[in-house]
Design a protein around this ligand. Structure first.
Ligand code: HEM
Length: 517
């Protein structure tokens, strides 16, 4: 009798626990999103009607451009918004440039209006912005709690440790490593061309070179040594952006358990490798500091006298390394690739840049102090990042209610800033918005855009890209060396399909036909 009473009691407790859990899940998956939906609607935000629990994911998946057919060279257009983001393009026509859509049960405020953005961000400091929780959890294996994802006082602590590594003096010391990597690539190209292969897919080539540059400048590693990290990051990227995934949907990760587990395992493998590298290097740094790559500089800052309060743990340092590995090579590589693509279509700009290189750098070894003099190259970089921004959107999460005019963006609302849309907005840039015209940046760092928040290639505010100067230097060095040795045009085999895989990538590579000078 006693034992059956105990069993009954245990069963009742288990039932109560299950019921409580069920109610909690129902509350966070259904009640909370519903209340948020009502609040947003009552504030005047409209948008496509969501369904539970997918939100608007099905519409997004249906509209996603899976067309991989090639468009002939003569019809290539830089008007890419409706192909890269067909759902946003369609919803903009219905709901304007600010509206609400849903990724699963998470509400997102979509913004493609720079004035709204200006008002929304005016009073919020970098450390007070959140990053969408659903991405944080999902992309944990990729960025961990690195600078891209971290918030609040932790973000301040991370940014303090990392910033000095990117000072002009430290960057200058990295220039020769960049030149070496670019020269290796060009020697490889010369070998291919001499053996009769004039067509080269620069997507692969530039990714390898940018990877080598970040591996060397950040961690003192060769590309071969860092290869496992790059391969794992790439494999993870493909899993995380697999269209079969259901991000933001309750229990969505269980719909693709293999992918979720694989991403975790890949992340763990990278973490283990990086942690051992950091521990190894911390010991060495104590003895000798002859090499000063980004990791050395972070470690030095981390242990500097009186800075203990700001120090990062080994796990946090490993997360930063992952973040720099990924953030530092893919974005820069894409800027260079899309530049070669646009210069392939515009040989007149190749000639203009070659002339400028001759005037500013001459035939000597590259002197980094002269790179600032490559003004036209700076305009070209801006124009490329305008038309094909490596980071096509910027995301935030409100950590407080935000008032914009008469509207309130409730705390917890995710924010999706559509950079591609603003960079291709005729109302901001004029009728020639989709034309490649680097000269628009000649006398204006905003390229003639009629709103200062309309051009955001490196983000905005306190969370602006930390690697901007490194990216600028790498871009100018690599491009100077390429243009000094070759002229090139787009191959007839090129197929124009810019697509989103976290960053804005050419879906079918960028084959170019080269001619040595
Ligand atoms: C052309 C090249 C690059 C582009 C277009 C680019 C773009 C961006 C953008 C748009 C952001 C802002 C994201 C946000 O606000 O959420 C960002 C942040 C960041 N970038 Fe870059 N980036 C480039 C190169 C680099 C390089 C070379 C590194 C490192 C070596 C780097 C590391 C970072 C990091 C760590 C952040 C986060 C900063 C923070 O939240 O405090 N980026 N980048």
């Amino acid at each position: 009798m006693g034992s059956s009473l105990q069993l009954l009691l245990a069963l009742s407790l288990a039932m109560a626990a299950i019921l409580l859990l069920g109610m909690r899940l129902l509350y966070s998956w259904w009640v909370m999103p519903y209340l948020a939906y009502r609040k947003l609607k009552s504030n005047g935000f409209s948008g496509p009607k969501p369904s539970f629990p997918l939100g608007n994911l099905n519409d997004m998946k249906k509209l996603k451009n899976t067309d991989s057919t090639s468009s002939p060279l003569s019809t290539i257009s830089n008007d890419i918004h409706s192909t890269a983001f067909p759902h946003f393009s369609m919803w903009q026509k219905l709901y304007g440039k600010v509206f609400i859509y849903w990724i699963g049960t998470a509400p997102f405020l979509y913004i493609a209006d720079p004035e709204f953005l200006k008002q929304m961000t005016a009073d919020i400091k970098g450390k007070n912005w959140g990053k969408p929780n659903i991405f944080k959890h999902d992309r944990e294996p990729m960025f961990g709690n690195g600078l891209v994802m971290v918030e609040g006082e932790d973000w301040v602590r991370h940014r303090h440790v990392i910033t000095p590594a990117f000072s002009p003096a430290n960057l200058k010391a990295m220039a020769s490593l960049m030149v070496d990597s670019a020269m290796n690539m060009l020697d490889r190209w010369t070998g291919l061309i001499n053996s009769g292969q004039l067509e080269i897919d620069v997507e692969r080539e530039i990714i390898i070179t940018a990877g080598e540059i970040i591996a060397k400048t950040s961690f003192g590693m060769s590309y071969e040594n860092g290869r496992k990290v790059f391969e794992n990051l790439r494999a993870m990227q493909l899993i995380l952006f697999d269209s079969k995934r259901y991000l933001g949907v309750p229990l969505g990760k269980f719909l693709n358990p293999r992918g979720t587990l694989k991403a975790k395992a890949l992340g763990k493998e990278i973490d283990g490798f990086l942690r051992s590298k950091i521990i190894d290097r911390s010991n060495k740094t104590a003895e000798t500091t002859s090499e000063r790559d980004v990791l050395d500089l972070m470690l030095a800052e981390n242990t500097a006298d009186g800075q203990k309060r700001r120090g990062l743990t080994t796990k946090e340092l490993a997360d930063e390394c992952k973040t720099l590995f990924f953030g530092g090579h893919e974005t820069s590589a894409l800027a260079m690739m899309w530049t070669l693509f646009l210069l392939g279509l515009h040989p007149e700009w190749q000639s203009q840049l070659r002339e400028e290189i001759k005037e500013v750098i001459g035939d000597e070894k590259i002197d980094v102090t002269k790179l600032d003099g490559l003004k036209k190259m700076g305009w070209v970089m801006n124009e490329v990042l305008r038309l094909y921004p490596s980071a096509p959107n910027v995301q935030r999460q409100a950590r407080q209610d935000i008032q914009v005019d008469k509207l309130v963006i409730p705390t917890g609302t995710n924010i999706w800033i559509d950079v591609v849309s603003m960079h291709h907005d005729r109302n901001l840039w004029g009728g020639d918005v989709n034309e490649f015209k680097p000269e628009r940046f000649k006398d204006d760092i905003f390229g003639g855009c009629n709103h200062k928040m309309g051009f955001l290639p490196f983000g905005f505010g306190g969370r602006m890209c930390i690697g901007k100067n490194l990216a600028n230097m790498e871009y100018k060095i690599v491009l100077t060396l390429i243009l000094s040795r070759f002229s090139f045009s787009i191959s007839p085999n090129y197929s124009h399909a810019p697509s989103i895989l976290l960053s804005l990538r050419p879906m079918h590579g960028i084959p170019l036909v080269f001619k040595p000078l």
